[in-house]
Structure formats: structure tokens, C-alpha cells
Design a protein around this ligand. Structure first.
Ligand code: UN1
Length: 522
């Protein structure tokens, strides 16, 4: 029997959040459906999944997971909704996404707190995540009038060539715990204005956030007669997840998570010649040159490394510092690290909450021990937090030799290496010496150094910044990276093209039939 749910009225959940939960039918002891289709929640029959707060283990919700049969129903509903939605003019689709943006604006604080409760982000970051939904919604509304194709001059007389972008179909979205809401929205809201339907498989570590966000979008769609356009399926990786990857009804799978998961997705989706859009983490470095503004660098590195307890795919893992400034920077970082206020993420003033679960904390501690055993010096952190449970730890800062094997791996938590180098080119070489290629940045006042870092011989990452950190990207740019990061680009710029199919058309308005390449036939 599932335990009764504790609605957490006493733990800072505001009335709006309780309203949202109640509108989901969540009451003490209630179990939430882990699948939503055209009719709303399905009568799911899978196993019960408990959503627990990483802060103190409190039970937030019980979710009954979807089986493969229920997944199939959600996809069938999405297909039916797609058949109609693709005929709705794109700017009208944008108008409906605008209504979603209004709803998310209204519920920003409440949804942000659900994120905080469920994944342990501090309140500012929980709300920031919902703001990212609002931002991408606004972007998608504008985009709905800008799905531009090109026209070309034909080599044949009285012919016209052009391309146009058509809706793709039902898009599968697989998201991770660390951005349990925003990454869904990057995909879903852009895909929606493109004329697609969505089936979302969120992280099983954040099912409540997914249900809360999904049902807001569902209500807006249902009001306009498009219920089922967004589907939600909470289920296991080996059954529902594998079925989804192999499902030919989903022409595109957009997946965020580990490189291991991404490889599996690429393999299965590639086998059926489907498309993937992969965003798989990073091993991001900041380069700090001798002439850098140290105050700026310290603040940026602290947020980038310790923010979200180091659990962003864009988190700073490596600080590559030029020798002349290494000692000063190291001292400043140690001082900053020791002042990080760790505690309940709901409390104002907390800078770092818990890691997502005990397994993550153990993995980070094991990595610290491995680093120490292979030549790194632990400068501070990596310890338990007095009065807090096993998901909490103090952020670790290490001074590491440049040949430390662990420097090349992504450790998903608050663990940061400082490595000293002699020159800019040395720094760039070390920064690029990683399997991942997501985000990077440089701190310098030297225009020539900054431009070299941004040039073809500079950073090999999808994101390269100057005088800001590696995380906290705006939605307006294309987000993603190279190598083991997976190569996909989501959110802004022209990422929308991945959610559409391109059609090239040639129209002959003459009375002749000239052939291309000057061919004369018969
Ligand atoms: C992620 O960690 O998967 O740039 C996404 C950032 C956020 C998105 C991170 N806007 O840090």
C-alpha cells in the first residue's frame, strides 16, 4: 500500500501550489495517474512511483506509472490531435501557445515551488525554470509568424523554386530531473507552433513537476479542441522508454540525459532512420587569464559550479587558470566556497540545496576520493552537512594536475577542479581535451585573446562565452554541444527546423519542359 501523501502545507508551499495540486486531484493518500492523453489522466495500471523530496525524504506524491499499452494510447491520441493541428495556421497555433504563456505566468511561483520541493533547487532557480518556460513560449509565439523558407532562382526559364517547412508529426521528448520543466517546454512549445504533437516521458525523479506543468498546457489545448496534442507518459526506461525509441510513429526523439542514454537513443532511433536531437551533458571549463577581472570571475565560477548543486549539464567542472593569477584566484575561490549557505532550498538565503538523491552524493564523494588517489589535492568541501541528510554535501574544490584522468569525465555534482596552465593556447588545448563539448568560457580583458578563444582554433564547444560563466544560457540562442554532448541544438535561433520537414518545390509556369543540367531527352 502506498503511504498517504503529505501535502506539505507547512513546508512553505504557497496556496497557489496547493491549488495546482488540488486541481490535479492530489489529496492526502491520492495516487496520480502517470499517463495523460486526450481525455486527461488515464487509468494507469503500472507500478506505484513515490516522488520524494531530496531535502528530507518527505513523500510528495504517489504516481501510478504507465504501461506500454497506456503509452500506446497516448501516442494514438497525439496522432489524432496532430491530424487536426497541422491544418491550423501557424500564427493561430502561436496564439494558443500565448495562452499557455499567460497560464505559466499566473502559476510561476507555485510551479517554481513544486520544482524546489521535488528536485531541491533553491526557490530562485525553481522560479527561473518556470521563467524559462514563459520565455520559450514568448519566443515560440513570435516564431509562429516566422517559419520562413527560401525561394531560389531556377536555372530553367519560367520556373520557380522554393522550399517550405511542414509539420513533422508526433515528437517524443525525454527529459532529465535537473531541468524537469524547462527542457520539456523548449521542445514542446516550439514543436507546437511548428504544427507537431508531443509525447513527453519525463524523469521518474520529477513526476510531480511534469504532471503539474503538463496539465496546465493540457487545459489550454482542451479549451481549444486540441486535447491530446500534448501527451504525458511516466514509465520505466526498459519498457516504455525502449518502446518509445523504437516507435516509428515518432519521427523525432529529443532526449536530454546521460551520454549512455543518448547513445542508446541514437542506436535505436537510427536503426529505424528516425531523427534524434540529443543534449547529453558536458564537462565545461572556464579559462581565467592573468589579466581577468577576478571579482567577476569568482562570482561567475561560484554560480556556475555550485548553483543547482552542480547538477546542470552546463555546470562548471574545470577552472583553467593562467599561472600568474592562479594563487590569488584559488584563495578567492576557496573563501567563496566556504561561504556557500547550504540548507533547505525553500529557505530564503540558501544558495545550495541537496543533490537529487543519495546515489548522486555517493558518486560525487567516490569521484573526489578517486581524484585524491590519483594526484589531486582537495582544497575544501566534499563533507557531510551537519544536521542534514545523506543527499547534502559541501561543494568540493580540488587543485588537480592537468593529466588527472578524471578531468576528462563529467561528474554530476558540486565538484570543481582548478588546473594551472602557462598560456592561452595551452588553456584552449586543455579545455578541448574532453569527450564532451557543451559549454565553455573565458575571462580576459584582452580582445585578441577573447577572439582567439572564439575562433576556429578556439573552443570546440556548442557554447563559448566571454566574461560570463558556462551556465545560465538564454533561450534565444541555440542550446547544445558537440562530441559526447550529442550534437543537438534546442530552444532559440533556428532550432525549430528540426521539428519540421523541409519540402522543396519546383513550379513550371511555361509551356515547355526544359530539363535541369541541360539534358535533352528524346
Ligand atoms: C540542462 O542542464 O540540461 O544554460 C539545461 C543553462 C540552462 C539550461 C540547462 N538554461 O544552464
Amino acid at each position: 500500500m502506498p503511504e498517504p501523501c503529505d501535502l506539505l502545507y507547512t513546508r512553505g508551499m504557497n496556496e497557489a501550489a496547493v491549488d495546482i495540486l488540488q486541481s490535479l486531484g492530489l489529496q492526502a493518500g491520492a495516487t496520480l495517474a502517470g499517463a495523460w492523453g486526450a481525455a486527461g489522466p488515464l487509468a494507469t495500471t503500472g507500478a506505484t512511483l513515490a516522488s520524494r523530496s531530496p531535502t528530507d525524504g518527505a513523500l510528495l506524491a504517489n504516481v501510478q506509472e504507465a504501461t506500454v499499452a497506456e503509452y500506446d494510447q497516448v501516442v494514438a491520441d497525439a496522432q489524432a490531435a496532430f491530424a487536426k493541428w497541422r491544418t491550423v495556421p501557424a500564427p493561430v497555433r502561436g496564439g494558443i501557445v500565448r495562452e499557455m504563456a499567460d497560464e505559466f505566468r499566473k502559476h510561476k511561483a507555485a510551479l517554481g515551488r513544486i520544482v524546489t520541493l521535488e528536485v531541491g533547487k533553491i526557490v530562485a532557480e525553481g522560479e527561473g525554470e518556470i521563467q524559462e518556460i514563459i520565455d520559450i513560449a514568448d519566443f515560440a509565439v513570435g516564431l509562429s509568424r516566422q517559419l520562413y523558407g527560401k525561394t531560389m532562382h531556377s536555372e530553367r526559364p519560367n520556373h520557380r523554386m522554393y522550399e517550405q517547412w511542414q509539420p513533422l508529426g508526433v515528437v517524443g521528448v525525454i527529459s532529465a530531473f535537473n531541468f524537469p520543466a524547462a527542457v520539456w517546454a523548449w521542445n514542446a512549445l516550439v514543436a507546437a507552433v511548428c504544427g507537431d504533437a508531443i509525447v513527453w516521458k519525463p524523469s521518474r525523479k520529477a513526476p510531480l513537476t511534469a504532471i503539474a506543468c503538463h496539465q496546465i498546457a493540457h487545459r489550454v489545448l482542451a479549451k481549444h479542441g486540441h486535447a491530446g496534442l500534448f501527451g504525458l507518459v511516466i514509465g520505466g526506461d526498459s519498457d516504455v522508454g525502449e518502446r518509445m525509441l523504437a516507435d516509428r510513429r515518432l519521427p523525432l526523439i529529443s532526449a536530454t540525459g546521460s551520454t549512455r542514454m543518448g547513445r542508446r537513443a541514437a542506436e535505436v532511433v537510427g536503426q529505424r532512420l528516425g531523427r534524434t536531437l540529443l543534449e547529453l551533458g558536458g564537462n565545461n571549463a572556464v579559462i581565467v587569464l592573468d589579466d581577468a577581472d577576478v571579482d567577476l570571475a569568482v562570482r561567475a565560477i561560484l554560480f556556475g559550479a555550485v548553483g543547482t548543486a552542480g547538477q546542470r549539464c552546463t555546470s562548471i567542472r574545470r577552472v583553467i587558470v593562467q599561472r600568474g593569477i592562479a594563487e590569488v584566484l584559488t584563495q578567492r575561490l576557496v573563501a567563496a566556497w566556504q561561504q556557500v549557505r547550504i540548507g533547505d532550498p525553500l529557505d530564503a538565503g540558501t544558495m545550495m540545496g541537496p543533490l537529487i538523491d543519495e546515489g548522486s552524493a555517493v558518486a560525487v564523494r567516490t569521484a573526489i576520493a578517486t581524484a585524491q588517489a590519483t594526484g589531486a589535492e582537495l582544497l575544501c568541501g566534499g563533507t557531510a552537512v551537519p544536521g542534514r541528510g545523506p543527499t547534502f554535501m559541501t561543494p568540493a574544490l580540488l587543485r588537480s594536475p592537468r593529466n588527472l584522468p578524471l578531468l576528462r569525465e563529467e561528474v554530476f555534482g558540486p565538484m570543481t577542479h582548478i588546473v594551472t596552465v602557462d598560456s592561452l593556447d595551452d588553456a584552449i588545448a586543455l579545455q578541448n581535451d574532453s569527450a564532451h563539448g557543451l559549454s565553455s568560457s573565458i575571462f580576459t580583458r584582452d580582445l585578441r585573446a577573447a577572439e582567439r578563444f572564439l575562433s576556429a582554433v578556439g573552443s570546440d564547444c556548442g557554447i563559448a562565452n566571454v566574461n560570463i560563466g558556462t551556465s545560465g544560457a538564454e533561450i534565444g540562442g541555440a542550446f547544445g554541444g558537440e562530441k559526447d554532448t550529442g550534437g543537438g541544438r534546442e530552444a532559440g535561433s533556428d532550432s525549430w527546423k528540426q521539428y519540421m520537414r523541409r519540402q522543396t518545390s519546383t513550379i513550371n509556369w511555361s509551356n515547355e519542359l526544359p530539363l535541369a543540367q541541360g539534358i535533352v531527352f528524346g
